[in-house]
Write a protein that binds this ligand. Structure first.
Ligand SMILES: *Cc1c(COP(=O)(O)O)cnc(C)c1O
Length: 451
């Protein structure tokens, strides 16, 4: 396995902590830093940081001793420092910020479950994290221990999934699912696995980055019982890729879990094609595939992290073709108001006519491609996959539309769902807080048809 053989340095204040404690995730969690005094023992705070840390009502601060030790204490612009230590800019909300910028709450049929796409759901299982990112897209709920999810809410989430057969992919997020009590996490995975139509389970987590010691052999042995299980971690800067992270990823990979990375484009942290190239190269060396690069969301207190979208396009332009295709993430803007993730990329298609297209390559070289004159398309009438395709509610299917056919496919289980009376709305826990799904959202856009 790639990696320098040395464990990452510890801040001098931790020099005397015995290894048994340092490598114990419980010790790391209970010794997290959150006050001016605690941070001052590790680095010299700037006036701006001191002011923000003294501010009441700020989004929760907590940093593991492991992660804070990766900061260069003499560099006020250290890229790790800026991700986890608040600065005074955070106190000033910028215009245009939104509390729930992705309208996740409006797409929640039950608390904590966001059903925006036809075949997959986002399941928020906790509000707790190992450390807190200053640009957190869910700072409206994350960090607040009183707002975390209860067993009865998990049951509502599971009940919705049991009755929503078009969901084949469940994405556990939060908060950070790997901060859940191990027994509770396993119970959730077990119950999800009992639902036959759920094909894959994904975990989105920053625990390997903030708290790599949590990725024990024991945890991996538990996780591998619930395959197919995929995982996305969250690394923004090459300085986060330590021997400890590499080993944690190696344990996860050896448990058969494919690893991806989701990073956020952050001003002054990774808004540079050279930083990004080093980041993606170091990621693929530890067998983590860059998955998404996110444009920073419109979140209160995170305005100072935002970059123009052109910066993201420039970064992708500097990666695609210049390096391994495996190392190039998809740059996405998560649409404010709840439109979902929209990929944005440099334009390589210059023009198109009925028989010819004009393209450019990554070096700016221009080329043309002749379209075929005798294309015989695949026949959806004889194609078994077209006929048996997994139904999407209310969607006629491109092939049916092209054929001018009035085709209507009901998802498996749709009738039972509606026979239960009230369908999914019946499952909502608090009707004043959780709005019903609207047209074009989730699974209830289908007009019941006369049969
Ligand atoms: C990101 C996201 C998903 C997963 O999207 P993929 O593009 O499949 O990774 C699912 N649901 C919600 C609400 C999301 O925000």
């Amino acid at each position: 396995m790639f990696m320098n053989p040395f464990p990452s340095k510890r801040a001098p204040v931790y020099a005397d902590v015995p290894d048994e404690k340092w490598y114990d995730w419980r010790w790391q969690l209970s010794n997290r830093l959150n006050t001016v005094e605690e941070f001052e023992r590790v680095l010299r705070l700037t006036d701006s940081e001191r002011k923000a840390l003294s501010q009441k009502g700020l989004f929760r601060v907590d940093v593991t001793p492991y992660f804070v030790s990766l900061i260069d204490p003499d560099d006020p612009d250290d890229p790790i420092r800026k991700q986890v230590i608040p600065r005074e800019e955070e106190i000033v909300p910028f215009t245009g910020m939104m509390e729930d910028s992705l309208a996740e709450d409006q797409h929640s049929p039950v608390p904590g479950l966001v059903h925006r796409y036809p075949d997959r759901v986002l399941m928020l299982v906790t509000t707790q994290c190992a450390s807190y990112c200053r640009y957190c897209t869910r700072s409206r709920i994350v960090g607040d221990p009183s707002a975390t999810f209860s067993r009865s809410e998990f049951e509502l989430q599971l009940d919705y999934l049991r009755h929503t057969p078009q969901v084949r992919d469940v994405l556990l997020s939060g908060g950070d699912p790997l901060t859940l009590a191990p027994r509770l996490l396993e119970e959730l995975l077990q119950k999800l696995r009992e639902i036959p139509h759920i094909e894959i389970i994904r975990i989105g987590t920053r625990v390997p980055v903030f708290l790599p010691m949590r990725i024990t052999e024991e945890l991996c042995t538990m996780l591998e019982k619930y395959h197919p299980l995929w995982m996305n971690i969250h690394v923004n800067h090459p300085n986060e890729i330590t021997k400890e992270l590499a080993e944690a990823c190696d344990r996860l990979s050896r448990a058969g879990i494919p690893l991806g990375n989701q990073s956020v484009l952050l001003a002054g942290i990774n808004d540079c094609v050279h930083v990004q190239r080093k980041l993606v190269h170091d990621l693929v060396r530890i067998r983590v595939r860059p998955y998404y690069l996110y444009q920073c969301d419109l979140v209160e207190g995170a305005g100072h992290f935002r970059t123009p979208v052109a910066k993201g396009i420039e970064i992708i332009e500097g990666l695609r073709g210049h390096t391994s295709g495996y190392a190039v993430p998809t740059y996405v803007v998560d649409a404010p108001g709840g439109g979902g993730k929209i990929p944005v990329m440099p334009n390589y298609l210059i023009s198109m006519s009925d028989h010819k297209i004009v393209l450019r390559n990554y070096e700016g070289y221009i080329t043309t491609y002749e379209e075929p004159l005798d294309y015989k398309p695949h026949d959806p009438k004889t194609c078994v996959y077209c006929r048996n395709k997994r139904p999407e509610p209310g969607q006629k299917g491109i092939t049916a539309l092209l054929d001018g056919e009035e085709m209507f496919i009901k998802p498996e289980g749709f009738d039972q769902l509606h026979r239960r009376g009230g369908g999914i709305h019946r499952l909502r826990a608090d009707p004043t807080k959780w709005k019903p799904l609207g047209i074009g959202q989730g699974n209830d856009e289908v007009e019941p048809k006369n049969e």
